[in-house]
Design a protein around this ligand. Structure first.
Ligand code: ZN
Length: 407
């Protein structure tokens, strides 16, 4: 009897070890080096000048140096975490003065980066408004912008985009998990120990259900993509039980892929100085390694067929990067049907579809190579109006659920 048990156990163990529970490595003709590089950390501090103070001492802040040029003009120097890097010069800092006054503030970028993000202002770090266009002058060198600001003894927050740091994303994820059908857990930890949040969304069991994977914020400043992802996920949670979607499907969400980069106010990289959306083949960076392994392990153990992977980003305007028609995928008709429905729902003439860069080791290619799924990079413009972003998130979630329910 004991011998029988021993062999039964051995059989079970060997079965398990044959199941791939980690992501496979994928070769690319032109590999990208994603091994860890050095980064330059900002010194967190309060900068003091005559009559005006500036602080970078909070999560998501970026202000590398601060000086006074003359009575009314100040210079805020903004540098990247390392170089070379994508031109996405993020900035965020607080300002206050001994007395109320009007000042000129020059945002001065380094390494050839050009002014990109329209400044947002806040008095509490939660509610943001755009700085009036008439108060912004992009200088002829393009590498600096001068802002006209009213400062006072009250703290004024100035940032490239609304601040959505690790704490705020965690609060949102926690709020989502208070609703039925949603479970919050961690898929692992970033290099600096921040939780890699994971929301599991389904009704009753996760097992034996076709699955949709959703990720966001590989690139820290890409807040508009994150806002669209939020509306998208909230719609699945709000409507997916009533329409039957969550009874049939499982949705796995990773809302903040690069929490260190976000909290350190990075332009693009993680603390390994690497663009995480180039590491989806060799997994040198802990964030990508753990999330891909979590996806593979979870979907293998629950016998899920992954049909679709969506990765939310931001760029200069709204774009969908989609797989080429020649790429084999499990639901070949999904992409066209989905984009058509979004176009009709939003009454937009040009959906702006572009071919995905399949030669690069990005998430969208990985969803296809790893699972045979349709991988789509969902880009929102830096300046796309926030109410439109929300509507787009809602309508594209509705269209996805409708099409997948007809599968
Ligand atoms: Zn991006």
């Amino acid at each position: 009897m004991r011998t029988y048990l021993f062999f039964a156990l051995l059989f079970l163990v060997s079965c398990k070890s044959n199941t791939p529970l980690v992501a496979a490595k994928h070769d690319y003709p032109n590999p990208v080096d994603t091994t860890t590089k050095n980064i330059q950390l900002q010194k967190r501090q309060v900068f003091e000048t005559q009559g005006l103070q500036a602080s970078n001492d909070f999560p998501a802040a970026r202000l590398n140096a601060f000086s006074q040029e003359n009575d009314s003009t100040y210079i805020a120097a903004i540098w990247p975490e390392n170089f070379p890097i994508n031109p996405s010069p993020w900035y965020a800092f607080k300002l206050w003065a001994k007395e109320a006054k009007e000042i000129y503030l020059k945002l001065q970028y380094s390494n050839g980066a050009q002014h990109r993000y329209h400044p947002k202002l806040s008095l509490d770090g939660e509610t943001w408004k755009l700085l009036d266009t008439t108060a912004i002058r992009t200088n002829t060198d393009q590498m600096s912008a001068t802002l006209k600001l009213q400062v006072s003894t009250d703290t004024l927050w100035l940032a490239a985009q609304e601040i959505q740091d690790h704490r705020r994303v965690g609060e949102w994820a926690k709020k989502m998990s208070a609703t039925k059908n949603v479970t919050l857990s961690n898929a692992g930890k970033s290099a600096q120990g921040r939780a890699l949040y994971h929301l599991n969304i389904t009704e009753n069991t996760s097992t034996n259900k076709p699955t949709v994977l959703i990720i966001s914020r590989q690139h820290p400043p890409e807040v508009t993509g994150f806002l669209c992802m939020k509306a998208f996920v909230e719609t699945i949670i709000n409507e997916g039980a009533t329409n039957g979607f969550l009874n049939k499907y499982r949705v796995m969400v990773y809302p903040l892929m690069n929490p260190d980069g976000v909290d350190l106010g990075h332009y693009r990289h993680n603390t390994g100085g690497v663009d995480l959306n180039r590491d989806w083949s060799q997994y040198h960076q802990p964030e990508i390694k753990q999330v891909t392994n979590h996806m593979v392990r979870e979907t293998t153990q629950h016998n899920n067929e992954v049909l679709l992977g969506l990765d939310f980003h931001s760029t200069y305007r709204d774009v969908y990067y989609t797989p080429d028609e020649s790429v084999t995928r499990k639901i070949p008709n999904f992409k066209n049907a989905w984009l058509d429905q979004i176009k009709v729902a939003l009454n937009i003439e040009d959906i702006n579809e572009r071919p995905g860069k399949i030669s690069r080791p990005t998430s969208s290619g990985w969803f296809n190579k790893q699972f045979g799924a349709t991988g789509i990079t969902y880009e929102i413009g830096d300046d796309t109006p926030r109410d439109f972003i929300k509507t787009k998130g809602v309508e594209s979630a509705r269209a996805m659920m409708k099409i997948l329910l007809e599968e």
